[in-house]
Write a protein that binds this ligand. Structure first.
Ligand code: NAG
Ligand code: NAG
Ligand code: NAG
Ligand code: NAG
Ligand code: NAG
Length: 381
């Protein structure tokens, strides 16, 4: 599997240099609608429950925005690429502006119905189906706001034609897998749930398509076995030559294989849609394989955390206050987050997110191999 992944990586590189599709007309997306989990959250869970404390946000915003990073996430770089403002979280009632889109993603979201939700559990109640329902309700509410409410409120919602012209982005699935690993399921049992997770994902993509979405930008899932979350909690797992937990990464790879296959089928089922599968696994994994080459160090060690080889303890979060032998101290960030890959043991730093964005926006890691600026194109021959 690792060998196959390597082959696919090189095939992607070859495709990239020889046949990346470029054209003169770029897609002019006026809005972005985002669905997903913490890797795409711009303040959703923070609005519903509570914001992660500083140093979350310290690098770019100098305040906690509800993003799970020291700064910007991949979605922010996507918005910036199109000259759009950063997306407001749909759930955020204060100061939000939805003119150029809305973000339904929340920390802890799953594709399937969550088994144990916040505050008792660790998963978000806003699973993918709930995010779809929120979006379904959002459309007529924006029309009502434009037609009936008016005033300043009408300037805060998308224009009617933006829903078909927008880019729809997706980054979800990692929590379905980690929730499995943290239950008593074996790795093989978690692996065997993947076809069902993918079916559920596709059902909701179809639902969103039926509401008028055309352009889909769908991230696969990252190398879970390289996260301190897994490495610190499953210390006896088999490691690859970069120190990542092999079998956990194989589960990510199987998820990605099934997702890619399902999207190939979906292009036949939804011929009017432009569906792009985006391989974030490979650029993320390359940060663990070759950190120095890209200006990074200590890729397996959390920048903001506490304890052990990976500077991570699931009970002591980044920004929380801990008591060490009677002395209170705050779990703070490392000296130089800009040279680090992992922020808090689960999520990536702004620097790593920027690196991944730079890779995926080129067309080198997408199927079909088209750049982000061309993601509205169905035919590219
Ligand atoms: C960051 O925010 C703090 C207050 O939280 C403020 O004292 C500081 O001046 C700010 N730094 C910058 C660069 O804006
Ligand atoms: C909302 O954002 C749009 C687009 O950036 C801008 O034109 C509009 O003035 C904003 N509305 C408010 C009330 O700031
Ligand atoms: C896992 O199994 C152990 C021992 O059988 C049990 O104590 C624990 O509650 C189980 N955990 C879950 C999440 O089912
Ligand atoms: C996951 O399941 C697939 C299909 O049965 C299998 O090929 C793969 O080896 C499994 N991976 C793991 C880590 O169990
Ligand atoms: C806390 O105190 C114990 C017992 O005196 C000691 O062994 C340990 O190293 C101390 N831990 C830290 C982090 O100082």
């Amino acid at each position: 599997m690792k060998f196959m992944a390597l082959i696919e990586f090189f095939i992607a590189l070859i495709l990239c240099t020889t046949s990346t599709i470029s054209a003169t007309v770029d897609c002019d997306f006026p809005a972005i609608f985002s669905f997903g989990a913490s890797n795409a959250d711009t303040g959703g869970l923070a609005a519903a429950f509570q914001a992660p404390p500083l140093p979350y946000g310290e690098t770019f915003f100098n305040r906690s925005t509800g993003r799970y990073s020291d700064g910007r996430i991949i979605l922010d770089f996507i918005a910036q690429n199109f000259g759009l403002p950063y997306l407001s979280a749909y759930l955020n009632s204060l100061g939000s502006n939805f003119t150029n889109g809305a973000n339904f993603a929340t920390f802890g979201s799953t594709i399937r119905i969550p088994t144990s939700i916040i505050p008792q559990g660790r998963l978000s109640p806003f699973s993918f189906r709930i995010q779809y329902i929120q979006f379904r309700d959002f459309i007529p509410k924006t029309k009502f706001t434009r037609d009936q409410v008016g005033g300043i409120f009408a300037t805060l919602v998308p224009k009617e034609d933006y829903f078909s012209k927008a880019l729809y982005t997706f980054d979800i699935g990692q929590n379905d897998l980690t929730a499995g690993f943290f239950s008593n399921a074996t790795i093989q049992q978690v692996n065997s749930t993947i076809p069902d997770i993918i079916n559920s994902f596709i059902d909701n993509i179809k639902n969103i398509y039926n509401l008028g979405a055309v352009s889909f930008w769908i991230h696969n899932t990252g190398p879970i076995g390289c996260l301190p979350l897994i490495l610190a909690n499953f210390p006896s797992s088999i490691k690859d030559s970069y120190g990542c937990a092999t079998q956990y990464n194989e589960v990510s790879q199987y998820f990605n294989l099934k997702l890619k296959e399902a999207l190939t089928q979906l292009r036949n089922d939804l011929p009017l849609a432009a569906i792009t599968y985006v391989d974030i696994y490979s650029p993320k994994y390359s940060l663990f394989q070759n950190p120095e080459k890209y200006g990074f160090e200590l890729p397996l060690v959390a920048c903001c955390g506490y304890g052990g080889e990976y500077n991570y303890n699931i009970r002591v979060g980044c920004g929380e206050t801990i008591n060490i032998n009677g002395t209170q101290s705050v779990v703070s960030s490392c000296k130089n987050p800009s040279t680090r890959v992992i922020w808090d043991g689960i999520h990536y730093t702004e620097a790593a997110n920027k690196f991944v964005f730079d890779q995926i926006s080129t067309g080198c890691f997408t199927d079909p191999p088209i750049s982000l600026n061309m993601a509205c194109k169905r035919k590219f021959t």
